[in-house]
Design a protein. Structure first.
Length: 285
């Protein structure tokens, strides 16, 4: 009886010790997030070659600098929320050799360096090689621990088009007043369905990226579209086709509201082109 009791107590003691020191226990997983409740207002993403993207939040709006283009706020906020939720877990390794192996070494190679700023505080994370689906190695600068985190290189791209707000030229219907296609001012006497379709296309406008100089030079201009807004502003949009009329390879769109030219994929530009063509093909009332 005494032997059985002693064995039971010994087993219980081992279970308690194992639970306390188990690196996968909930006590370990419940550590506070690395970033706490910091409100990130600036961050920079770069690779080993120095290619980088710099984003700044001003008055609640994310902007790409120095390009001066609005960023995709919903996408950026969702990404930062994921980052803010990360907390320490048992490290994969801590040695300098491991940092090179996982591609999170400051001097000997990393996949992404992410510098985050919140007021006067800053953090620098080095993101490395894949560690399974949707996970990568991560090491904080000046710290030896290497962690497996739910982030990937695809989450932190370097191409400008992966960060811009693709709706930056869209014009909600509530902000649309009188429309003019070419020299034709649209009125209530025009085809109501065609006008409604054009307004919907303007509200749903999406761009892919900045147009290249070669695309700007090659594009064949279509009729300009002028929008008088209820606020008293006048915007002029100019759509130009790339490639043959029967099978365009894309479109170039400019707006008087911005200095850049934007490339629209065929599926993005065709609905606007068709809406304009539908009105151009009908006689003026």
């Amino acid at each position: 009886m005494k032997t059985a009791t002693l064995l039971w107590l010994a087993a219980l003691q081992l279970l308690i010790i194992g639970w306390v020191h188990n690196p996968f226990s909930s006590a370990e997983r419940a550590q506070a997030p690395w970033l706490g409740d910091a409100e990130i207002d600036t961050f920079t993403v770069e690779d080993q070659d120095g290619t980088q993207r710099h984003l700044v939040r001003s008055d609640g709006v994310w902007m790409l600098e120095p390009e001066g283009l609005p960023g995709d706020g919903a996408k950026i906020d969702a990404l930062l929320d994921r980052l803010a939720a990360l907390s320490p877990t048992p490290p994969l390794a801590t040695s300098e050799a491991a940092a090179k192996r996982f591609a999170v070494a400051e001097a000997d190679g990393f996949e992404r360096r992410i510098t985050l700023v919140a007021g006067k505080k800053s953090w620098t994370a080095l993101l490395g090689r894949s560690q399974g689906p949707r996970h990568s190695a991560l090491r904080w600068a000046n710290e030896p621990e290497i962690y497996r985190v739910a982030l990937t290189l695809a989450d932190w791209p370097l191409a400008l088009e992966d960060w811009i707000d693709r709706t930056l030229l869209a014009l909600p219907e509530a902000q649309q007043g009188t429309l003019t296609v070419g020299s034709r001012v649209l009125t209530e006497a025009d085809d109501a369905s065609a006008v409604a379709t054009l307004r919907q296309r303007l509200a749903a406008l999406r761009v892919s990226r900045l147009a290249t100089e070669a695309e700007e030079a090659e594009a064949e201009a279509l009729a300009p579209l002028t929008v008088d807004t209820p606020a008293g502003e006048t915007l002029t949009l100019r759509l130009a086709r790339l490639g043959a009329e029967e099978s365009p390879t894309g479109y170039v769109l400019t707006s008087s509201a911005r200095p850049e030219s934007f490339y629209l994929a065929p599926y993005q530009g065709r609905p606007l082109r068709d809406a304009l063509a539908a009105l151009e093909s009908t006689p003026s009332p």
